[in-house]
Write a protein that binds this ligand. Structure first.
Ligand code: SGN
Ligand code: CA
Length: 517
């Protein structure tokens, strides 16, 4: 071939390669943040707990398969509003001002994830549970449940009005989310928070799941009949399944065999008060027979009664989660059908963990593992390797800086959290933190959990109930269910001293004011 032929071919190749449609830059991914309320790690099958094997969550697990499972992500304050405030601000409770559920409302004038995303050209949307009392700020679109929200025919609040929407809360939130995705501006990235009420108390399943787990017997935790020896606050809570659950409201028991009337239900306005007569009839058709089984138990057999109550609790709680899992499946399918998978960081998490009978409990609040840990899964194919797990100590205060970092947005200097982007993208993390700080404030309050703060390392956890001046120390390696408070035991003094120093160091680092130490 002559030289001018070679030139000709070279120019052709150059032109063809130039003409290739340029793939859109994937620098600014969308963030699809899915959060449940009170979803325990024990109830997500990707985490492998025995309970979840009997009630699997195949759709939530898809996220772990396609991406990452966080195995040591913890909240800063194990209760709804405070956890949400920490997520939005990247700060511990004392700094964002939302320290307990009962307060005047989140200070929406401070910097939040939604505001920062919006300022950086993102469309921002919030659908579902909010629970921060004041109106949301920083969202182009928001449609939220009223306070805790209701399971059946729930009210949805917007800046304009409050409207009752027919249907089951989890399904409605999913539909509203899909509707919003359909009408969004496809030219701009989005930051979307889809926040379920489920599986929050009082665990009312979707009608189609009323009988889902009737024939399943869930494992009873070894410490279901905990005697709380050596643990003052644990002994004084009011969140015991067999003592504190309301037999109507929570356990959905009938007053008598075959009688379609609930036992004690102090908040009927959120239960039958939200249902149509036909829906109430369907409820009884599903529960009448299984409620009758309760009357077969000898009332003086307190162990059998307690175990029956645990089974009912878990059957309902996990049936509620079934609809959440279906919701996640619908959303993931939507991303696939609309070519959004590669360009979207999907997050699945919850505001805090939950007890499924461990220590005899439901609810949360304590710094003990089950309520402290937050199940957290993320996918971002191409960027996050599929099927990995992150065992590092991360916290909900890290969400805001991490999401911003992943989207190439500068992290405000006053956020407490750190970006875990390097951990996600396979970078080195030699200098990642080795301890985390926790602080629960809401006392006095429902469930009677004393205020406390503490520090957790991989192996040891030190907790201080500061109003009572009581310390607890746990060795999670030898005592993973936190049954033995070894504080003050011979030979543990040096560990306690070291952890106290670490605790004060963290309080200094986060500038915890003296009044909260
Ligand atoms: C309600 C629940 C409590 C729960 C709090 C806080 N009772 O008061 O059991 O601890 O919410 O939950 S209920 O029967 O009315 O649901 S949180 O998730 O919002 O923090
Ligand atoms: Ca919650």
């Amino acid at each position: 071939p002559k030289l001018h032929h070679i030139y000709f071919f070279a120019i052709c190749i150059l032109l063809i390669s130039c003409e290739k449609p340029k793939k859109k830059e994937v620098e600014r991914p969308n963030i699809l943040y899915i959060m449940a309320d009170d979803h325990a790690v024990q109830a997500i099958s990707a985490y492998g707990h025995p309970i979840s094997k009997l009630a699997p969550t195949p759709n939530i697990d898809r996220i772990a398969k396609a991406g990452v499972l966080f195995t040591a992500n913890y909240c800063a304050n194990s209760i709804c509003g405070p956890s949400r405030a920490s997520i939005l601000t990247g700060k511990h409770s004392h700094a964002n001002g939302f320290m307990q559920n009962n307060n005047e409302g989140f200070d929406g004038s401070q910097a939040t994830l939604a505001k920062i995303f919006r300022e950086n050209g993102y469309q921002t949307s919030l659908i579902g549970k909010w629970h921060l009392v004041s109106e949301p700020t920083g969202f182009d679109h928001w449609q939220i449940l009223n306070d805790q929200g209701e399971y059946n025919n729930p009210d949805f609040v917007t800046s304009k009005d409050t409207v009752k929407i027919s249907g089951y809360v989890t399904d409605i939130i999913t539909e509203l989310t899909v509707d919003w995705l359909d009408q969004r501006d496809p030219e701009k990235p989005f930051f979307l928070m889809m926040q379920h009420k489920a599986p929050h108390r009082s665990w009312i399943p979707a009608e189609r799941h009323y009988n889902l787990y009737d024939d399943v017997e869930f494992p009873v935790p070894n410490n279901y009949f905990d005697d709380y020896e050596g643990r003052f606050a644990a002994a004084n809570q009011e969140m015991n399944v067999y003592r504190d659950m309301f037999e109507g409201h929570d356990l959905k028991l009938s007053i008598e065999r075959g009688v379609d009337s609930l036992r004690f239900d102090p908040w009927s306005h959120v239960f039958f008060g939200r249902m149509t007569p036909e829906e109430i009839e369907k409820f009884w058709d599903a529960y009448r027979e299984k409620n009758d089984a309760y009357f077969e138990i000898d009332p003086s057999d307190s162990v059998s009664i307690a175990e029956w109550k645990l089974q009912r609790y878990l059957q309902d709680y996990l049936a509620v989660i079934k609809a959440v899992d279906e919701s996640v499946g619908k959303i993931l399918d939507y991303l696939e059908e609309n070519d959004l998978v590669d360009n979207t960081l999907v997050v699945y998490t919850t505001d805090q963990g939950f007890y499924l009978g461990e220590h005899g409990w439901f609810d949360k609040r304590f710094m003990y593992e089950e309520s402290f840990i937050m199940p957290t899964l993320m996918q971002y194919p191409g960027k996050i390797e599929a099927g990995i797990s992150i065992p590092h100590l991360t916290q909900n205060i890290d969400f805001a800086p991490s999401f911003l970092d992943i989207c190439g947005i500068a992290i405000p200097g006053d956020m407490h959290g750190a970006s875990f982007k390097p951990l996600l993208f396979g970078g080195l993390a030699a200098d990642w933190r080795s301890s985390i700080y926790y602080h629960y404030y809401e006392f006095p309050g429902i469930h009677n959990v004393r205020a406390h703060y503490g520090v957790k390392e991989e192996r040891y956890k030190l907790i201080y109930f500061y109003k009572e001046d009581i310390w607890e120390l746990y060795d999670l390696q030898n005592d993973p269910t936190e049954m033995k408070n070894i504080y003050g035991n011979e030979g543990t003094e040096a560990i306690s001293e070291r952890l106290k120093t670490e605790l004060r160091k963290l309080q200094d680092q986060y500038a915890v004011p003296d009044e909260h130490r």
